[in-house]
Design a protein around this ligand. Structure first.
Ligand SMILES: [Zn+2]
Length: 328
């Protein structure tokens, strides 16, 4: 887990988790990458045909990354006299504000990330029917929703390409989320649906749980209690932590989708960089690749959200043997 993530019963992040970027950085990197791709595809459903764009995925992810606080003010309908006459009551109201602000922020970020995920499902949906035909999947066993079709496409991809298809330490990050989800499911009698027998052993199991969690949030069954000290759930901190891990894992699945199902970088921004002539842009083109997208959760010197066109002139000076003198 990164510094941005609360740790799970551990004072220090493990060596794998300390390699990853803060969640907001992972989300902004992926959002910008989706925008640089600028891909389109056509999605057909019973409601008609729609044009799907990776920039829509990018826009939702950027919003999720930029989100700081969804503020809940429990003072709003309280008498301001409460603070004057009773300190304990004022603390109570303050505690509720902080607690619900934390939950509202985590829930809102998760919904934004889910919106990106839904668009990513639709982005690859056109690939499902040809794959199903190729594999001879019987008509009665065909998946009907884009989310379940994406699950099949992803399992098929990993089956063909193997471990190289998934981001580095993918399983570890999925496990972190699955563990929290299982605790949540046991504690709050959470239900899961649409998961076939044996799915726990497939690379899309965490995605299936994210899909179920999204439904719990969207349908209002996600637990929303007061702070623990005021009779709320004992695991309310873990619920927020689970939502953050769900965002991390969702981003990893979008990384897989964009890495393997994209047709390459096609946006106007990317093309104008390709047509420009400068060492800074050359470096950008070398680094901003589909391979980078797969592992953009890892800490790196290169980042789309920092100035990606900065070119270190010292490198060039070293090449030609000049020693720079810097006055103090
Ligand atoms: Zn770890």
């Amino acid at each position: 887990m990164s510094a941005d993530d609360p740790t799970l019963n551990a004072p220090q992040p493990c060596s794998i988790c300390s390699e990853v970027r803060a969640l907001s950085e992972q989300l902004i990197e992926l959002g910008l990458a989706a925008n640089y791709l600028g891909n389109r595809s056509t999605y057909t459903s019973e409601h008609g045909t729609a044009m799907i764009q990776t920039t829509t995925i990018g826009d939702w992810l950027q919003l999720a990354a930029q989100l700081e606080n969804v503020e809940v003010n429990t003072w709003k309908f309280e008498s301001p006299d409460a603070a004057i006459y009773c300190g304990t009551w004022a603390d109570n109201i303050d505690d509720h504000s902080k607690h619900y602000t934390k939950h509202a922020t985590a829930l809102t970020r998760f919904i934004f990330v889910c919106n990106a995920l839904e668009e990513a499902y639709r982005f690859i949906d056109y690939l499902y029917s040809p794959m199903a035909a190729l594999k001879g999947i019987a008509k009665g066993r065909l998946k009907k929703t884009s989310s379940l079709r994406a699950v099949v496409l992803l399992d098929d991809l990993v089956g063909r390409i193997g471990a190289a298809a998934v981001p580095r330490n993918f399983e570890h990050h999925c496990e972190n989320f699955i563990k929290l989800f299982n605790q949540y499911k046991a504690e709050h009698s959470g239900t899961v649906s649409g998961i076939d027998a044996g799915a726990e052993n497939l690379p899309t199991y965490a995605l299936q749980l994210v899909r179920n969690l999204r439904n719990h949030v969207a349908h209002g069954t996600f637990p929303l209690g007061p702070p623990q000290d005021y009779g709320g759930y004992e695991d309310s901190e873990e619920l927020v932590l689970m939502l953050r891990h769900a965002c991390r894992v969702s981003a990893l699945y979008i990384q897989i989708i964009l890495r393997w199902f994209s047709t390459g970088f096609e946006s106007c921004d990317y093309n104008s960089i390709r047509n420009a002539h400068s060492k800074a842009f050359d470096r950008f083109l070398e680094q901003c690749t589909l391979e980078y997208i797969l592992d953009l959760h890892l800490k790196s010197d290169f980042a789309l959200h920092q100035d990606p066109y900065v070119y270190d002139e010292e490198e060039e000076d070293d090449d030609i043997g000049i020693v720079l003198y810097r006055p103090d």
